[in-house]
Design a protein. Structure first.
Ligand code: FES
Ligand code: FES
Length: 154
């Protein structure tokens, strides 16, 4: 069945079953491999994208559930104000280690910052608790989010 979805501001048409996860569409149909597969069960956060600005696990989001909502992926997050600040802070703090979880981390962090410009520690914990990092970069992630939030002060 054909579905047309707004991905990063471009309408993309794909011919897949309606229960195909968005993650599969992004990676296998559209070749957008920045969004990662980790668990496939909404347990790790590696596959996080934004749907209408909300951090969403694309591995458990079927293509037929998206409708006219707007999908944003790691490939375009740097074009958003919050995403650009998060990416700059990530570079400044040299957050990634192996890097595998990091696109999901950045998507969750940028959704947080877009909705809450000055998050508290508990806000950060709540927003990021579903994003697992096997390399243990959590302290640098927290520091980078705080720096990005400070950039909102002016
Ligand atoms: S791959 Fe989607 S949450 Fe792990
Ligand atoms: S940087 Fe390696 S899993 Fe997070």
């Amino acid at each position: 069945m054909a579905f047309t979805v707004d991905i990063n501001g471009t309408l993309r048409s794909v011919d897949v079953d309606g229960d195909t996860p968005l993650l599969w569409v992004l990676r296998d149909v559209l070749g957008m491999t920045g969004t990662k597969f980790g668990c496939g069960m909404a347990l790790c956060g590696a596959c996080t994208v934004h749907i209408d600005g909300n951090a969403t696990r694309s591995c458990v989001t079927t293509i037929d559930s998206i409708g006219d909502q707007k999908v944003t992926t790691i490939e375009a997050i740097g074009a958003t104000e919050a995403g650009a600040k998060i990416q700059q802070a990530w570079l400044a703090h040299e957050v990634p280690q192996c890097g595998y979880c990091q696109s999901g981390q950045i998507m969750s962090a940028s959704a947080l910052l877009a909705s809450n410009p000055h998050p508290s520690d508990s806000d950060i914990n709540d927003a990021m608790s579903g994003n697992i990092c096997r390399c243990g970069t959590y302290n640098r992630i927290r520091a980078a989010i705080k720096q990005a939030a400070e950039a909102n002060a002016g």
